[in-house]
Design a protein around this ligand. Structure first.
Ligand code: WT7
Length: 660
């Protein structure tokens, strides 16, 4: 039975427990329904109310939603604010400067506490240093840093002076970094000498040097380097600067740059089904608002809670639920540099125990791999740690299978913590469809119901609603404040990717398939409907990996598909035709390793194919079109039952199927 089938047959229901509902921001289904009704009856009024409640405005907005240039929507456009002021100053001004903002735990276990006052000082110093280097409002700054306090400081310092940051995950290659630097038109790059992961120092600065040397990013004047390990790095005089040196003599006072609500807060690249990764452009007010509001609704975050989101700041989850959401509401959060398996696979549970974490947010892939580890070694099983402080658990990034959900619920949550399975995307800025911990009866594997104000629906290929129980295309019917505003530098692509004409041009196309339960209306996500793969919760375009493969001089042709994987959700399978004869045996193994490393260098290790199969050709129709659905079956090791009569070269199927 596939994961989706098992969710659709899932009959277990976990009603909210009394202690989760007591005092919760949304304390029951009645409260939820009241908010949904409020949003339905006065959509703009609903959003205006929470925007006034959640954010501190330098200049109040008078307009709410402007649809006159649809699908280029604006929200609260004439309002002015600063995201960094909202995340830092206002808490310090309220007398909360000594509260912990960040409990940072390094790879080696060293713990550092950073108060709101400390964080504000550090952000202001770096902001002043950036200004001195000529970085100004509207400029783009690329951040290529490990998980660190400095990462959060860098993001906040940019937005303090009105610069727009674009964070590139530290696992991306020099080529990927170069493409992003060029596309976004960066004027500065903030990186580190090295990063520490699992006890090992890995390069960053040298990769950044390669990225800059690859050309096209001559606008980058300054490369600011955070000294993490003290490892040796090459130095370009006049360009490279040590972070600790440039902030040393800066003032800890920096007046925030007040920007329009619509000013770009950040640009974050993500994979699409075609072409290069898209620069997803987010607005200041809308994205900050929803990050803050969902901290309250989805995580029911209250004073005294310790929040821990295990994502990296290189992904959207680390933006909304590390760098912005928790700080906007003045929370205390754990920020972790390392990996879940070092020095042992109980690290997460040990850290929850050590820091008395109350709300824990991670990815299904991490849970699945830790299940395996704790089955093999009782010492790293969650039961070997005191997890009694936990009250809410969350998952994000990919579907969670009911078995993993149950394990998480019983072993990490002791049967007492609601699990919020949050469906959302880089483009949505924050949670969209998710249970509410004090209200929603939970069904393992279902992300349940949309948040108030989010008009999610399932439609057919023409944009018409499908009845519950019938699968279809997941869309959002009305614009919402934290939605992306554009694809950086490519408005046409924004329009065609997200508001396609076939659906009428007004529905936001998420790119996922979904089905709603007949009785409850609960949503179950059925995975991407485009050529995007989800490996360990990371998005990869099949075309990007194919382009990387064919850029290798040995490769004539390549096709990439996904295959279900017990741990990573999906795994990358590549079908490759070489320019030379089809390799076999050891030669095939050796070339596969070479190509895997090649993809790692071209894109990043996350994109490396798990399985590479060589053929003399690919299955094609007589008109030359690659039949991907056949490749998907071959990748899974399935018997080919489809009609292959249109295939030019049916014999190829045996070759590609056997190649395992
Ligand atoms: C895609 C978005 C959400 C932030 C991290 C990933 C998949 C995400 C869930 C979930 C089932 C999910 C979807 C979506 N996805 N959350 N709870 N259940 N699928 O952001 O890299 O932009 O990827 O991740 O396929 O479209 P992203």
């Amino acid at each position: 039975m596939s994961a989706i089938e098992s969710v659709l047959q899932e009959k277990r229901v976990f009603p909210p427990q009394a202690k989760a509902s007591a005092g919760a921001a949304i304390s029951g289904m009645e409260a939820y329904k009241a908010l949904v009704a409020e949003a339905e009856s006065d959509y703009e009024g609903f959003w205006a109310r929470i925007a006034r409640e959640m954010l501190s405005w330098h200049k109040p907005f008078s307009k709410v939603l402007d649809e006159s240039k649809a699908p280029f929507y604006t929200w609260f456009e004439d309002g002015e604010l600063n995201a960094s002021y909202n995340c830092l100053d206002r808490h310090v001004e309220a007398g909360r400067g000594n509260d912990n903002a960040i409990i940072f735990e390094a790879d080696d276990g060293t713990v550092t506490n950073v108060t709101y006052q400390d964080l504000l000082d550090r952000v202001s110093r770096l902001a002043n240093a950036l200004k001195k280097r000529g970085v100004k409002k509207g400029d783009r700054v690329v951040i290529y840093l490990p998980m660190s306090v400095e990462g959060v400081v860098a993001m906040q310092a940019c937005v303090r002076i009105g610069a727009t940051h674009s964070v590139v995950f530290g696992g991306f290659s020099s080529k990927s970094l170069n493409e992003r630097l060029v596309d976004v038109g960066a004027v500065a790059l903030i990186t580190a000498d090295e990063q520490m992961r699992g006890g090992k120092a890995l390069p960053l600065k040298s990769i950044a040097d390669d990225a800059l040397a690859a050309g096209g990013c001559e606008k980058v004047k300054d490369v600011i380097v955070y000294q993490r390990t003290g490892g040796k790095v090459a130095w370009t005089e006049g360009r490279d600067l040590w972070l600790h040196e440039i902030v040393e003599n800066e003032s800890n006072q920096c007046e925030p740059e007040w920007v329009s609500a619509e000013h770009p807060l950040f640009i974050l690249y993500t994979s699409g089904s075609t072409g290069k990764p898209k620069g997803v452009q987010h607005s200041t007010a809308g994205t900050l608002l929803w990050a803050a509001q969902t901290m309250k609704w989805t995580f029911d975050m209250k004073p005294g809670d310790i929040f821990w989101c295990t994502a990296d700041i290189g992904w959207i989850t680390g933006h909304s639920y590390i760098a912005y959401g928790p700080l906007a509401i003045g929370a205390t959060q754990v920020v972790f540099e390392g990996v879940p398996t070092f020095p042992h696979a109980g690290r997460f549970w040990e850290m929850i125990d050590r820091h008395k974490v109350t709300i824990f947010y991670t990815a299904p892939t991490a849970i699945r791999s830790l299940i395996k580890a704790s089955e093999a070694d009782a010492k790293v099983h969650p039961k070997s740690f005191d997890l009694s402080t936990l009250r809410i658990l969350g998952t994000v990034g990919e579907p969670i299978n009911p078995e993993a959900w149950m394990w998480y619920h019983e072993n990490v949550g002791r049967g007492q913590c609601p699990i919020v399975d949050t469906w959302w995307q880089t483009e949505t800025g924050g949670h969209m469809i998710t249970p509410l911990p004090g209200a929603t009866p939970l069904v393992p594997g279902s992300c349940t119901l949309p948040l108030p104000g989010i008009m999610a629906a399932v439609v057919d290929e023409t944009g018409q609603d499908v009845p519950n129980g019938q699968g279809g295309i997941l869309v959002v019917k009305r614009p919402w404040p934290s939605m992306l505003r554009n694809v950086w530098g490519d408005p046409k692509r924004y329009q065609t990717s997200y508001f396609p004409e076939e659906l009428g041009g007004k529905l936001y196309l998420a790119g996922d398939g979904a089905v709603r339960d007949k009785e409850t209306g609960y949503f179950t996500i059925m995975g991407r409907i485009d050529d995007v793969l989800n490996v360990s919760g990371h998005r990869l375009g099949t075309m990007e990996i194919e382009s990387a493969l064919v850029s290798n001089p040995m490769v004539a042709e390549a096709a990439v598909v996904g295959r279900p994987d017990d741990t990573t959700g999906e795994a990358v399978v590549a079908f490759v035709v070489l320019k030379r004869a089809r390799p076999e045996g050891d030669e095939a193994k050796q070339i596969a390793t070479e190509l895997r490393n090649w993809v790692g260098k071209e894109i990043g290790p996350i994109a490396k194919p798990k399985d590479i199969r060589f053929g003399e050709n690919l299955p094609k129709t007589r008109s030359g079109k690659i039949m991907r659905r056949l490749l998907r079956s071959l990748a899974k090791g399935e018997e080919i039952t489809q009609d292959v009569s249109t295939l030019e070269n049916p014999a190829i199927l045996d070759q590609l199927g056997e190649a395992r």
